[in-house]
Design a protein around this ligand. Structure first.
Ligand code: COA
Length: 260
């Protein structure tokens, strides 16, 4: 059942999603793809949830990518369907109106690294091992990896990692800008929750518009990008939260934002 392959926990406006197939290193089969897709769509319209954290069950893996055992049973058409579904899912995560933090708690290969790339922020534990290893299986990254990796770490490094299929450990991942932060595995969720809590202190509409402006502005020339930023800013001007921010500053207290 879908509830089993994906665990959900909500706490203080933060939704923690746990890929729960530890027996296969949290690899993605169709069932897990559909469960995550449905959950992301419901989070999009939630006014309670402010930040999403995605992690993997167990201590070994975030996700080992596509389920290669299931893959062997699929026809060519079904493989196409899988790639279409995972691609759209990761794009839905990238364009979700809330920040997504990938809590990379171990192995993240192929689709596992692509899921992390589609997330807004990545925190990895010291035992992490990341990589786009698909060319070693005579295929290529199909969940956005050929596009998002070069945009994040530069095309030279991305080509090196995709052509060789080499895996990188936590320290190298930090050094090349693949992850924002690294930490010991025991404190990984605490670090992610700390970051989520800081984001939750900010205005919800501001966060949504900042994500929108960065995502869409980065894909165009600077003048168009500045236009996108200007329009995104305008969305925040008539909000109650903007006035609350000013009032809280004047009254020397913490603001209480409502997302209005
Ligand atoms: N799909 C399906 N099952 C997977 C899997 C995947 N992507 N990755 C790991 N598993 C399964 C293994 O088959 C094994 O199951 P088994 O005990 O029934 O044989 C179990 O998870 C544990 O994996 P194992 O290989 O024994 O652990 P390891 O620590 O020696 O190696 C990996 C872990 C992830 C490095 C190795 O399993 C691997 O290379 N997996 C493929 C990753 C990959 O290429 N992903 C990209 C897909 S496009």
């Amino acid at each position: 059942m879908s509830e089993d392959v994906l665990l959900t926990e909500e706490q203080d406006s933060v939704c923690i999603l746990t890929l729960n197939r530890p027996e296969v290193m949290n690899a993605f089969n169709f069932e897990l793809l559909h469960a995550l897709k449905n959950k992301i769509e419901s989070i999009r319209f939630s006014t309670e949830i402010r930040v999403v954290i995605i992690t993997g069950a167990g201590e070994k893996a975030f996700s080992a990518g596509a389920d290669l055992k299931e893959r062997q049973t699929l026809s060519d058409i079904q493989v196409k369907e899988f790639i279409y579904t995972i691609g759209n899912l990761f794009t839905a995560i990238e364009t979700l109106n809330k920040p997504v933090i990938a809590a990379i708690n171990g192995i993240a290969l192929g689709g596992g690294t692509e899921l992390a790339l589609a997330s807004d922020l990545r925190i990895a534990s010291m035992n992490s091992s990341m990589g786009l290893t698909e060319t070693r299986l005579a295929i290529i990254p199909g969940g956005g990896g050929t596009q998002r990796l070069p945009r994040l770490i530069g095309r030279g490094k991305a080509k090196e990692l995709i052509f060789t299929g080499r895996r990188v450990g936590a320290e190298e991942a930090l050094q090349i800008g693949l992850v924002n932060q690294i930490c010991e595995q025991e404190v990984l969720m605490d670090e992610c929750k700390k970051m989520a809590a800081m984001i939750c202190e900010a205005g919800p509409i501001a966060i949504e518009q900042a994500k929108f402006a960065i995502n869409f502005g980065m894909e165009t020339d600077i003048h168009t990008g500045l236009g996108i930023e200007s329009n995104a800013y305008r969305v925040t001007i008539p909000t109650e939260d903007r006035l609350e921010g000013l009032a809280a500053f004047r009254e020397k207290r913490k603001p209480v934002y409502k997302g209005k």
